[in-house]
Write a protein that binds this ligand. Sequence first.
Ligand code: NAP
Length: 275
Amino acid sequence: MKKVCVIGWPIAHSRSPIIHNYWLKHYGLEGLYERREVKPEELPEFLTNLKAHGYVGCNVTIPHKIEALKYVDHTDEVVRHMGSLNTIWYAGDKRHATSSDGDGFYLNLEASVPNLNLKNKRAIVLGAGGSAKAIIERLLRAGMAEIAVQNRTPAKIAELNSIFGKQIKMLHPDHFVSESKTASLLVNCTSQGMKGQPELEIDLSALPTDAVVADLVYVPLETRLLRAAKARGLPCAGGLGMLLHQGTIGFEKWFGVKPVVTQELYNLVASDIPP
Ligand code: NAP
C-alpha cells in the first residue's frame, strides 16, 4: 500500500488528509495519507530516509518549506524561482520537488471564472510573503503584463522585484483606488480576513465590472473581501478551491491519477471549517 504524509510542526490543523483520503477512496486506490509531526531537528533524517519511513512522497508545510530544499535531489523551475517547496515524490531513488500553490491557485481560477483571460492584463496582489511569490510566478507564466504589489512591509516588494524583474510594481495604499481602475485581477495573499486576524479594509468600488477577485484565505470560507466582491457582481475565486486544486498536483505524482475537484469534496472539507 502506498503511503504519503504531510510533515510540519505543528501539523494537527492540516486538512490535507481529508482531501487525499477522499480521492483514494473515490478512485478505489489502495493508499493512505497521514499527518506526521516532524520537528526542525528531525527534518534531515526524516526526508533523507523518507522511503525507509514507508512513504512514496510527502507534502511539506510550515516551518520546513525552505529547509527541505537541502534534502531533495531535483527541483523544478517553480521551486528554483520561489526558493521553497511543498510537494516531494520519488522518481526511482531520487526525491523530486515542486511547489503547487501557484498552479493550484490558477487551476482554481480557471475552474471558478468562465472564459478567464489574463494575458497582457494587470493584477494587484496584496501581500509579499510566500504565497504571493507563488501567485506572482504563476500569473507571469500566464502572460500577465504587470503585477502591482501592495504590502505592509514595502521592503519585501524589492525582493520580488529582484526575483521577477520590472513587471513587478510597488503599489502604495494611497493609490489603490486609482490603480484598481485598470486591474483585471485582485488577489489577497495576506492573512488579513482570516479568523483571528485583522480584517482586510479595501475599497473595491473602482475595479472594472469584469475584474476577478480572489482570496487565499479560507477560514472563514467566505471572507469579507469575497462578500464585497460578490455584492458588486464581480467573478470570485475562494481559498478552499485553491487548496483542493493544489492537492491534485501531488496526488497525481504519488498515485498516478489526476483527481477531480468535486462539489462533494468541497462540501466535505468545508464542513470541517468553522463558520
Ligand atoms: P506569509 O509568508 O507569512 O505572508 C503573510 C503576508 O500577510 C505578508 O505579506 C504580511 O505582510 C501580510 N500580513 C500579515 N498580517 C498582516 C496585517 N495585520 N496587516 C497587513 N498585512 C499583513 O504567509 P503566506 O504563506 O503568504 O500565506 C498568506 C495567507 O494565504 C494565509 O492566510 C494562508 O493561510 C493563505 N494561504 C492559503 C493557501 C490556499 O491553498 N488557499 C495557500 C497558501 C497560503 P508583511 O510582509 O508586512 O509581514
